[in-house]
Ligand binder design. Structure first.
Ligand code: AMP
Length: 270
C-alpha cells in the first residue's frame, strides 16, 4: 500500500490503474469505513482511500480542531481492507492561498443537516468534486449513515456529468445498534448509553410498519430520552422532502440529536 500527499503523486499512480474505486473519508477509521473499502476492492479490483479532515465542511463553532485523528492506525486499517493507495493531503495543498472555487448542490442540500449546519454541504460537495476530478474513479463508495450527503453526491456527479458510479452502502452498527461514527469517540460511558436512543427510536419506528409520518416521528422522539433533538424527519428517500404518509415511494426516517455536546445522526429506510 502506498501513502501519498500531493495531487501529482495521485495522477501519476492513477495512470497505472485500469479501473479504480475511491472511498473518501475524514479518517479515524472504523468498520463502517472499512466496509466501503472492501466493497470498493470487490467492485473495481483496486481501491484508493482518502483521509482528509476537510475544513470547509465545518462551521466556525464545530469540532474541526478536535476532530479525532490517527493516521498511523488508519493506514494499518486501510491495508487490512485491501486498499492500494491512501491520499492524505495537507489542507494548504487542497485549499492553497487564493482558492476560490466551490460547488453548491441546491435542492437536496436544503433542510435537515443543511439547515442545522449552514455551508456544510457546500464544503462536502467541493471536496468530493475535487477528489473525483483528481482520481477519476470508475466507482466511489459512500455510507448511508450520512444519507443526505449521499444524495448530495449523487446529484453532484449526475449534474456535472462526472461519469462515476456512486454506490451507497448500508450503515455499519455496533452490536447494540449504535451507528458507527468517528464522533462516537467523544462520548463518555454514560453518553454512550444515552446515544442508543437514536437507533432504538429508528428501529422501533421501522419495525412498527406505521405509515403516518407524525406517528413515526412520535415513536422516534419517545426513545430519545435525555438526548436533545436537533431534528426528527420522515422524508422521500430521493428528494429528501418531508412526507406525511408513507406510500409506494421509498421513505426514510432521519434523526440528528445532541448527546451532551456531541451531535450524532442516524437514519433507516421505512
Ligand atoms: P467520514 O469519515 O465520517 O467523513 O465518513 C467517510 C465515509 O464513511 C462516508 O461515506 C460515510 O457515510 C461513511 N460512513 C461513516 N460511518 C459509517 C457507518 N457506520 N457505516 C457505513 N458507512 C459509514
Amino acid at each position: 500500500m502506498k501513502l501519498v500527499k500531493t495531487p501529482d503523486e495521485v495522477r501519476a499512480w492513477r495512470k497505472t490503474m485500469p479501473t479504480l474505486a475511491l472511498v473518501p473519508t475524514m479518517g479515524f477509521l472504523h468498520e463502517g469505513h472499512l466496509s466501503l473499502m472492501r466493497e470498493g476492492v470487490k467492485r473495481a479490483g483496486v481501491c484508493a482511500a482518502t483521509i482528509f479532515v476537510n475544513p470547509t465542511q465545518f462551521g466556525p463553532k464545530e469540532d474541526l480542531s478536535r476532530y479525532p485523528r490517527d493516521l498511523e492506525g488508519d493506514l494499518a486499517k486501510c491495508e487490512s481492507a485491501g486498499v492500494s493507495l491512501v491520499y492524505a493531503p495537507e489542507p494548504a495543498s487542497v485549499y492553497p492561498a487564493g482558492y476560490q472555487t466551490y460547488v453548491t448542490v441546491d435542492d437536496v442540500s436544503q433542510g435537515l443537516d443543511g439547515a442545522s449546519r449552514p455551508g456544510h454541504f457546500r464544503g462536502v460537495a467541493t471536496v468530493v468534486a475535487k477528489l473525483l476530478a483528481l482520481f477519476r474513479p470508475d466507482v466511489a463508495l459512500f455510507g448511508e449513515k450520512d444519507f443526505q450527503q449521499l444524495q448530495v453526491i449523487k446529484a453532484l456527479t449526475k449534474d456535472l456529468e462526472l461519469g462515476v458510479e456512486i454506490v451507497g452502502q448500508p450503515t455499519v452498527r455496533e452490536a447494540d445498534g449504535l451507528a458507527m461514527s468517528s464522533r462516537n469517540a467523544y462520548l463518555s460511558k454514560e453518553d454512550r448509553q444515552k446515544a442508543l436512543g437514536l437507533s432504538r427510536g429508528l428501529f422501533r419506528a421501522r419495525d412498527s410498519r406505521e405509515r403516518d409520518a407524525e406517528k413515526v416521528k412520535a415513536m422516534i422522539r419517545a426513545e430519545l430520552g435525555e438526548v436533545r433533538e436537533d431534528y426528527v424527519a420522515v422524508v422521500d428517500s430521493e428528494t429528501l422532502k418531508p412526507i406525511s404518509k408513507i406510500e409506494a415511494r421509498p421513505a426514510r426516517a432521519l434523526v440528528a440529536a445532541f448527546v451532551g455536546t456531541t451531535r450524532l445522526i442516524d437514519n433507516v429506510a421505512l
